[in-house]
Design a protein around this ligand. Sequence first.
Ligand code: F6P
Length: 328
Amino acid sequence: MLHTIKKIGVLTSGGDSPGMNAAIRSVVRACAFHDIKCIGIYRGYEGMIDGDFIEMDARSVKGIINKGGTILKSARSTEFRTIEGRTKAHEQLKKAEIDAFVVIGGDGSFTGAMIFNQEFDFPVMGIPGTIDNDIVGTSHTLGYDTALNTVVDAIDKIRDTASSHNRLFFIEVMGRDVGHIALNVGIAGGAEEILIPEEDLGLDRLVESLRRSKKSGKSSSIVVVAEGDKIGKSVFELKDYVDQNMEGYDVRVSVLGHMQRGGSPSCFDRVLASRMGVKAVESLITGKSNYMVGIKNDVMDLTPFDQAVKGKSKINMELLRVSDIMTI
Ligand code: F6P
């Protein structure tokens, strides 16, 4: 059924990422440009269920393009996973006369939107916002570029102290299911080894590689570990293993944690957010629904939700080879 879109809701859902505010701003301003009302939905699907809405116009989003986090707040809603929760959310949207919504979030948020669309024939559009870059259908998710820069900056600082004390550092970075962050920051930060969920390096090879690098004259080392790494050991267990099995190493651990999700978005993420917001609103206006907006080869693109949520985006295998060559 073709829907006339007069009012669009926008929400941020799941783990936040830098650039979400820039995307909210873009959705709100694209709506204003096309003479469509825009409603901010607080706290993701939780706020949708509660009817926690606010009218937004072009001026409500001033001064936020450079801000990390999300002014609309974010949440992971368990109630929205139930038909009762989604029915309540649908009633709230109807009551507020909202005709469509744009959800800025990750694959879990898109799965929710897809089910909602099927159940209520309600127009929905997604903007991929996650630092993990783990979504199919876009070369970059919102916040990924900023997170890479944040992590590289942190690794540079850790390297200063690592080399002063001739230490080996295990640095844990985010990336539950994919190693995009670890692989890229590992190369950019000059890591000796990079442990990712896609590849099982194995403890023996790790030890062998550390011995080799020490023999080749390196006095300090950095090993970047994605939180979902295949060896399956936490950075603390890796430290214990090296302590017990290798002599002459002074090992330290640094878990970067949620600082990777904060901070002012990079230029790339601000531009990407602006482009994605416009594409999302204009796609809804032209009658499209149930898609995720993405970028491929610098061109905006739409991927059906069911494809976007199906798998995880693949790492670039060439980067693994480059990393091996760089650590000679
Ligand atoms: O934003 C994605 C992510 O950073 C994952 O890499 C990580 O596992 C997860 O979020 C942790 O998020 P939270 O602490 O909010 O559950």
